[in-house]
Design a protein around this ligand. Structure first.
Ligand code: ZN
Ligand code: ZN
Length: 263
Protein backbone atom coordinates (compact mmCIF):
# COMPACT_ATOMS: atom_id res chain seq x y z
CA UNK A 1 0.00 0.00 0.00
CA UNK A 2 1.31 3.46 -0.93
CA UNK A 3 0.30 5.10 2.30
CA UNK A 4 1.63 8.64 2.60
CA UNK A 5 1.66 9.65 6.25
CA UNK A 6 2.45 13.35 6.55
CA UNK A 7 3.00 13.47 10.31
CA UNK A 8 5.46 11.17 12.06
CA UNK A 9 8.61 11.16 14.16
CA UNK A 10 11.92 9.27 14.24
CA UNK A 11 14.71 9.21 16.82
CA UNK A 12 15.46 12.78 15.71
CA UNK A 13 12.58 13.76 18.02
CA UNK A 14 13.27 13.30 21.75
CA UNK A 15 9.99 11.45 22.36
CA UNK A 16 10.52 8.86 19.62
CA UNK A 17 13.10 6.20 18.83
CA UNK A 18 11.98 4.82 15.48
CA UNK A 19 14.35 4.58 12.49
CA UNK A 20 13.82 5.78 8.92
CA UNK A 21 14.48 2.24 7.65
CA UNK A 22 11.60 0.84 9.72
CA UNK A 23 9.20 3.44 8.26
CA UNK A 24 10.46 2.76 4.72
CA UNK A 25 9.33 -0.83 5.10
CA UNK A 26 5.73 0.31 5.75
CA UNK A 27 5.15 1.59 2.23
CA UNK A 28 6.54 1.32 -1.27
CA UNK A 29 6.26 5.08 -1.85
CA UNK A 30 7.98 8.14 -0.37
CA UNK A 31 7.94 8.94 3.32
CA UNK A 32 8.35 12.19 5.21
CA UNK A 33 9.25 12.63 8.86
CA UNK A 34 8.16 15.73 10.77
CA UNK A 35 10.49 16.19 13.72
CA UNK A 36 9.81 18.38 16.73
CA UNK A 37 10.90 22.00 17.11
CA UNK A 38 9.70 23.29 20.50
CA UNK A 39 11.51 26.13 22.20
CA UNK A 40 11.04 26.29 25.97
CA UNK A 41 9.45 22.87 25.74
CA UNK A 42 7.30 22.53 28.87
CA UNK A 43 6.96 18.84 28.21
CA UNK A 44 10.72 18.57 28.32
CA UNK A 45 11.31 20.51 31.56
CA UNK A 46 11.53 23.87 29.79
CA UNK A 47 14.47 22.87 27.61
CA UNK A 48 14.59 23.73 23.93
CA UNK A 49 13.74 20.80 21.71
CA UNK A 50 15.66 21.65 18.59
CA UNK A 51 16.15 19.35 15.64
CA UNK A 52 19.80 18.88 14.74
CA UNK A 53 19.32 19.83 11.11
CA UNK A 54 22.80 18.91 9.90
CA UNK A 55 22.65 15.40 11.34
CA UNK A 56 19.07 14.96 10.13
CA UNK A 57 19.87 16.19 6.65
CA UNK A 58 23.06 14.15 6.35
CA UNK A 59 21.34 10.98 7.48
CA UNK A 60 18.52 11.47 4.97
CA UNK A 61 20.95 12.26 2.15
CA UNK A 62 22.87 9.07 2.96
CA UNK A 63 19.74 6.93 3.05
CA UNK A 64 18.35 8.55 -0.07
CA UNK A 65 21.26 7.30 -2.15
CA UNK A 66 20.43 3.79 -0.97
CA UNK A 67 16.63 4.06 -1.02
CA UNK A 68 15.96 5.81 -4.32
CA UNK A 69 15.32 9.29 -2.88
CA UNK A 70 12.27 8.12 -0.98
CA UNK A 71 12.78 10.23 2.15
CA UNK A 72 11.60 13.81 2.47
CA UNK A 73 12.35 16.29 5.20
CA UNK A 74 9.81 17.77 7.54
CA UNK A 75 9.47 19.68 10.75
CA UNK A 76 6.69 20.13 13.29
CA UNK A 77 6.89 23.69 14.57
CA UNK A 78 5.53 24.03 18.08
CA UNK A 79 4.43 27.65 17.96
CA UNK A 80 4.38 30.11 20.84
CA UNK A 81 4.42 33.86 20.51
CA UNK A 82 7.48 34.06 22.75
CA UNK A 83 9.49 31.74 20.54
CA UNK A 84 8.50 33.34 17.23
CA UNK A 85 11.89 34.91 16.62
CA UNK A 86 13.78 31.74 17.59
CA UNK A 87 11.66 29.72 15.18
CA UNK A 88 12.27 32.17 12.35
CA UNK A 89 16.00 32.24 13.08
CA UNK A 90 16.16 28.46 13.19
CA UNK A 91 14.38 28.00 9.85
CA UNK A 92 16.58 30.48 8.02
CA UNK A 93 18.53 28.71 5.26
CA UNK A 94 17.14 25.26 6.09
CA UNK A 95 15.16 23.24 3.58
CA UNK A 96 12.10 21.24 4.53
CA UNK A 97 9.54 19.65 2.24
CA UNK A 98 6.80 20.28 4.74
CA UNK A 99 6.35 22.45 7.80
CA UNK A 100 3.61 21.47 10.24
CA UNK A 101 2.26 24.22 12.48
CA UNK A 102 1.29 23.01 15.94
CA UNK A 103 0.33 24.53 19.25
CA UNK A 104 1.43 22.28 22.10
CA UNK A 105 1.76 24.72 24.97
CA UNK A 106 1.01 28.23 26.20
CA UNK A 107 4.45 29.13 27.55
CA UNK A 108 3.56 27.79 30.99
CA UNK A 109 2.47 24.23 30.40
CA UNK A 110 1.92 21.74 27.63
CA UNK A 111 -1.77 20.99 27.04
CA UNK A 112 -1.18 17.29 27.74
CA UNK A 113 0.27 17.94 31.20
CA UNK A 114 -1.86 16.85 34.19
CA UNK A 115 -2.36 20.45 35.41
CA UNK A 116 -4.68 21.02 32.43
CA UNK A 117 -7.08 18.38 33.69
CA UNK A 118 -7.78 20.52 36.77
CA UNK A 119 -9.11 23.36 34.63
CA UNK A 120 -12.56 23.95 33.18
CA UNK A 121 -12.88 22.56 29.66
CA UNK A 122 -14.48 25.84 28.51
CA UNK A 123 -11.53 27.90 29.71
CA UNK A 124 -9.08 25.56 28.03
CA UNK A 125 -11.01 25.69 24.76
CA UNK A 126 -11.17 29.48 24.91
CA UNK A 127 -7.46 29.67 25.42
CA UNK A 128 -6.36 26.91 23.06
CA UNK A 129 -8.42 27.94 20.03
CA UNK A 130 -7.25 31.56 20.42
CA UNK A 131 -3.67 30.32 20.47
CA UNK A 132 -4.30 28.39 17.25
CA UNK A 133 -5.63 31.51 15.60
CA UNK A 134 -2.68 33.54 16.82
CA UNK A 135 -0.23 30.93 15.49
CA UNK A 136 -1.89 31.01 12.06
CA UNK A 137 -1.90 34.81 11.97
CA UNK A 138 1.70 35.14 13.05
CA UNK A 139 3.14 32.23 11.13
CA UNK A 140 1.40 32.05 7.76
CA UNK A 141 4.26 30.39 5.89
CA UNK A 142 3.80 26.91 7.37
CA UNK A 143 2.06 24.27 5.25
CA UNK A 144 -0.22 22.24 7.49
CA UNK A 145 -2.25 23.03 10.60
CA UNK A 146 -1.75 20.01 12.85
CA UNK A 147 -4.05 18.44 15.42
CA UNK A 148 -6.49 21.35 16.01
CA UNK A 149 -7.75 19.41 19.06
CA UNK A 150 -4.40 18.85 20.80
CA UNK A 151 -5.31 21.25 23.59
CA UNK A 152 -8.54 19.47 24.42
CA UNK A 153 -7.39 15.87 24.22
CA UNK A 154 -7.65 15.53 28.00
CA UNK A 155 -11.34 16.48 27.95
CA UNK A 156 -14.45 14.76 26.73
CA UNK A 157 -15.69 17.43 24.33
CA UNK A 158 -18.83 16.85 22.27
CA UNK A 159 -19.85 18.37 18.94
CA UNK A 160 -22.49 20.34 20.87
CA UNK A 161 -19.78 21.79 23.13
CA UNK A 162 -17.84 22.82 20.04
CA UNK A 163 -20.72 24.97 18.76
CA UNK A 164 -19.91 27.65 21.35
CA UNK A 165 -16.49 28.07 19.68
CA UNK A 166 -17.83 28.18 16.15
CA UNK A 167 -16.69 31.73 15.57
CA UNK A 168 -13.07 31.23 16.55
CA UNK A 169 -12.86 27.81 14.88
CA UNK A 170 -14.23 29.17 11.62
CA UNK A 171 -11.69 31.99 11.84
CA UNK A 172 -9.01 29.32 12.32
CA UNK A 173 -10.20 27.44 9.22
CA UNK A 174 -10.44 30.65 7.20
CA UNK A 175 -6.79 31.35 8.06
CA UNK A 176 -5.82 27.86 6.91
CA UNK A 177 -7.46 28.74 3.57
CA UNK A 178 -5.96 32.25 3.36
CA UNK A 179 -2.50 30.90 4.17
CA UNK A 180 -2.87 28.21 1.49
CA UNK A 181 -2.25 25.56 4.09
CA UNK A 182 -3.77 22.11 4.50
CA UNK A 183 -5.96 21.03 7.40
CA UNK A 184 -4.59 17.94 9.11
CA UNK A 185 -6.76 14.96 9.86
CA UNK A 186 -4.77 13.68 12.80
CA UNK A 187 -5.77 10.05 12.83
CA UNK A 188 -4.54 9.38 16.37
CA UNK A 189 -6.67 12.29 17.59
CA UNK A 190 -9.61 10.87 15.69
CA UNK A 191 -9.35 7.19 16.50
CA UNK A 192 -7.17 6.98 19.60
CA UNK A 193 -8.45 10.02 21.47
CA UNK A 194 -11.97 9.47 20.13
CA UNK A 195 -12.41 12.84 18.40
CA UNK A 196 -13.78 11.67 15.02
CA UNK A 197 -17.03 13.60 15.50
CA UNK A 198 -15.13 16.82 16.24
CA UNK A 199 -13.09 16.35 13.07
CA UNK A 200 -16.25 15.75 11.07
CA UNK A 201 -17.64 19.05 12.35
CA UNK A 202 -14.43 20.82 11.33
CA UNK A 203 -14.50 19.16 7.88
CA UNK A 204 -18.07 20.46 7.34
CA UNK A 205 -17.17 24.00 8.37
CA UNK A 206 -13.96 23.96 6.35
CA UNK A 207 -15.73 22.76 3.19
CA UNK A 208 -18.50 25.35 3.68
CA UNK A 209 -15.83 28.07 3.82
CA UNK A 210 -14.34 26.80 0.56
CA UNK A 211 -11.46 24.79 1.99
CA UNK A 212 -10.29 21.75 0.08
CA UNK A 213 -6.79 20.76 1.25
CA UNK A 214 -6.59 17.89 3.69
CA UNK A 215 -3.44 16.31 5.07
CA UNK A 216 -3.40 12.79 6.49
CA UNK A 217 -1.14 12.39 9.50
CA UNK A 218 -1.01 9.75 12.20
CA UNK A 219 1.51 11.51 14.43
CA UNK A 220 3.25 8.13 14.71
CA UNK A 221 6.18 7.92 17.09
CA UNK A 222 6.82 4.32 16.02
CA UNK A 223 5.83 2.09 13.09
CA UNK A 224 2.94 0.72 15.17
CA UNK A 225 0.99 3.86 14.29
CA UNK A 226 2.17 4.40 10.72
CA UNK A 227 -0.91 5.18 8.63
CA UNK A 228 -3.08 4.63 11.70
CA UNK A 229 -6.72 4.25 10.59
CA UNK A 230 -6.01 5.79 7.17
CA UNK A 231 -8.47 3.40 5.51
CA UNK A 232 -11.32 4.61 7.76
CA UNK A 233 -10.29 8.24 7.34
CA UNK A 234 -10.26 7.99 3.56
CA UNK A 235 -13.72 6.41 3.62
CA UNK A 236 -14.86 9.26 5.83
CA UNK A 237 -13.47 11.83 3.36
CA UNK A 238 -15.34 10.16 0.53
CA UNK A 239 -18.55 10.61 2.49
CA UNK A 240 -17.92 14.35 2.01
CA UNK A 241 -17.15 13.84 -1.69
CA UNK A 242 -13.46 14.46 -1.18
CA UNK A 243 -11.30 12.32 -3.41
CA UNK A 244 -7.84 13.84 -2.87
CA UNK A 245 -5.40 14.71 -0.13
CA UNK A 246 -2.60 17.26 -0.15
CA UNK A 247 1.08 16.54 0.30
CA UNK A 248 4.01 18.93 0.15
CA UNK A 249 7.30 18.62 -1.75
CA UNK A 250 9.73 21.47 -1.17
CA UNK A 251 6.75 23.21 0.39
CA UNK A 252 4.77 23.04 -2.85
CA UNK A 253 1.29 21.57 -2.74
CA UNK A 254 0.64 18.39 -4.63
CA UNK A 255 -2.61 16.45 -4.68
CA UNK A 256 -2.81 12.68 -4.43
CA UNK A 257 -6.00 10.82 -5.16
CA UNK A 258 -7.30 8.54 -2.45
CA UNK A 259 -7.33 5.75 -5.01
CA UNK A 260 -3.60 6.14 -5.58
CA UNK A 261 -2.96 5.83 -1.83
CA UNK A 262 -4.82 2.55 -1.66
CA UNK A 263 -2.63 0.88 -4.29
ZN1 ZN B 1 2.25 17.65 17.87
ZN1 ZN C 1 3.88 15.17 16.09
Amino acid sequence: MVMYDQHMHTYFSPDASETFEAYLKQTTGPIVTTEHLDFNDCYNGGQDTVLNYDDYSNRIDQLNTKYDNRIRKGIEIGYTKDSHQQITDYLKGKKFDVQLLSVHQNGEYDFLQPVVKEKEAQDVMDEYFSLLLEALENFPTANVLSHFDYGIRLFDVSVEDLQDYQEVLKAVLQKVIDNKMAFELNTRSMYQYGNVALYEQMISWYLALGGSSFSLGSDAHSIDYYGFYFGETMTLLEKYNISKVTVFEQQKQKELTLDSLRK
